[in-house]
Design a protein around this ligand. Structure first.
Ligand SMILES: Nc1nc2c(c(=O)[nH]1)N[C@H]1C(S)=C(S)[C@@H](COP(=O)(O)O)O[C@H]1N2
Ligand SMILES: [Mo]
Length: 196
């Protein structure tokens, strides 16, 4: 059985060092898929001047667009040109006023997974909340109903079943960051593990 695919010409320079192209779209979840009830789904924003709770309808009222992004898991598989539909972080951020001291964000999820990211890596034009994958509602195993996608960092920063953002002045490690993974996780620099 072949689990990896050779990059076609022109793709080689899009595969970061130490990564292989996966066949299909593998699923990587720590623990069980959490139960997410759409009737009670909510998204909390706190640690900012404008703490708020958004309902699914509030979120879906934001503009949606299509995205094509490469996906790199630290376990050494990558998938190029994944097609998503979703909401740009910068569009959500128009509703949020962060304190000038805020420099980090903790991503919170149904099921308790967390991952930390700097505000600078978080608020970028290419980052988005995905609600569709290849034109279909985002499958539960890939983080449906909604996940974050941060294409320029390893995919553990792309929180599935996301349900909250906590703005922080001081950085705090999330789940994998407390368990030996790199604080930032930039794939081209192979920021895989923490040196501590
Ligand atoms: N809530 C949550 N988000 C998560 C994870 C997880 O275990 N729980 N795994 C991360 C890791 S390590 C990767 S590689 C991607 C995998 O996304 P996929 O299962 O859609 O391929 O999700 C990330 N987001
Ligand atoms: Mo991963």
């Amino acid at each position: 059985m072949k689990f990896f695919q050779k990059p076609s010409p022109g793709e080689e320079d899009r595969v970061p060092p130490g990564q292989h192209l996966a066949k299909g779209f593998p699923v990587l979840t720590y623990g069980e898929i959490p139960q997410v009830n759409m009737d009670t789904w909510e998204f909390r924003v706190w640690g900012c001047a404008t703490a708020k709770t958004l309902s699914w309808d509030d979120f879906m009222a934001l503009p949606q667009q299509e995205f094509t992004a490469d996906f790199h898991c630290v376990t050494r598989w990558s998938k190029l040109d994944v097609k998503w539909t979703g909401i740009k972080i910068t569009d959500l951020m128009k509703l949020i006023e962060v304190e000038p001291q805020a420099a980090y964000v903790m991503e919170h999820c149904y099921g308790g997974y967390t991952t930390n990211i700097s505000l600078e890596d978080f608020v970028r034009e290419e980052n988005f909340f995905a609600v569709k994958l290849f034109g279909e509602p985002l499958p539960e195993k890939h983080g449906g109903p909604m996940r974050l996608i941060v294409p320029h960092l390893y995919a553990w920063k792309s929180a599935k079943w996301i349900n909250g953002l906590e703005f922080l002045e001081e950085d705090e490690p999330g789940f994998w960051e407390r368990n030996g993974y790199h604080n930032r996780g930039e794939p081209w620099a192979q920021e895989r593990y923490s040196s501590l």
